[in-house]
Structure formats: structure tokens, C-alpha cells
Design a protein around this ligand. Sequence first.
Ligand code: MN
Length: 206
Amino acid sequence: MTVYTLPELPYAYDALEPYIDEQTMRLHHDKHHLGYVNGANTALDKLAKAREAGDFAAVKAVSRDLAFHVAGHINHVIFWENMGPNGGGTPSGDLAQQINKDFGSFDKFKGHFSAASAQAEGSGWGILGWCPQAEQLLVFQAENHQNFSPRGVRPLLLLDVWEHAYYLRYQNRRAEYIESWWNVVNWENVAQRFADATTIKGYETR
Ligand code: MN
């Protein structure tokens, strides 16, 4: 079953140099991300077979696999699009205004997001999301790909802080990687995601 597929990177593997190196991008996209795509499809296969056989003994473990791999896949799709070769700087327009409203200033947001990313324990993510119920931006962390992420919050900007995302160039210097990463953020993509997310109102059922 091929429900999930690996999209091409929206730019060349070396497009984010010198901040993120080509070898890291090749391994990260072609091997790690592909692994999550395959893992998600495998989990769906196992669940289909379990329904067919009427044997749900493994449903707990496979459900965990499904959550891990689907979240890993979706996180990476957004992460690739969140970056670009002409990135960096600061956001503008409605997104900039919302960041100022919810975090005080761009610099305060940047400090908060960087700290959340730096302090994610083990493998995880820093995430900026839009909460339709509160009508405000939230910064949070994920451990692995899926844990500790509040329900219903639309991710706008993700930063992968698994070691595979930075170890070849930055080794254990995660904070240096995070500081470099701000130079490749594609704010136009984040602003588009924000515009889409804010069309969801309150507790609408979608
Ligand atoms: Mn990754």
C-alpha cells in the first residue's frame, strides 16, 4: 500500500549551504525522511491485515508506529518547505503583527523558539503553531516526532533538532545549528501557512 509518498525537495541539495550542508540534506531527505514514509505505509499495511484476519493483538504497537511515522513524514514535508536558499531576515505583514502581539517582539519570539528547540530532550522539534481555539500563536516542542504536541494546533514553522539534522556539520553544537538555521527560514512559506491556518475559526469541525 502506498498512501504516503516522498516529495522532492523544493530546492537543490546544496541550496542551503553554508548553513546546512549538502551531505546532511541528501541523507536527511533521501534516507531519513524516506524511512518515515515507508514506516507509515508499512503500519497501514499491518493494520489492514489485522482487520482482515480479525487479529488485533498488535494494534497497540502498530498504532504507535503509525503515529511516529506519519508525524515524522508530515513534520519533514513542512520543514523542507519552511526553508529556502533566499531565506532569513524577519517576517512581514499579518504574521509579523501576530508574532508581536503574542510574543512581544520578533526577538522575543526568536529567543523563545530557539530555547524550546535547544531544550527538546533527545530527538525532537521546535514548533510554532496556530491555535484556532485561542486564536493565538504557540511555541511548543515535540519529542520524537509526535509527543507533547497539542491537539488541533496547526504547525507553521518546524525546526528539526534530531542529531541527523545537524551532526555532520555541527557535531554536538546544537545551539550553533539553531542560530545558523534562522538564515534559511522561508518566511513567505510560514506566512502562507499562517494565512491558511487563520481561516479555521474556534472549534470548527475540520
Ligand atoms: Mn529529521
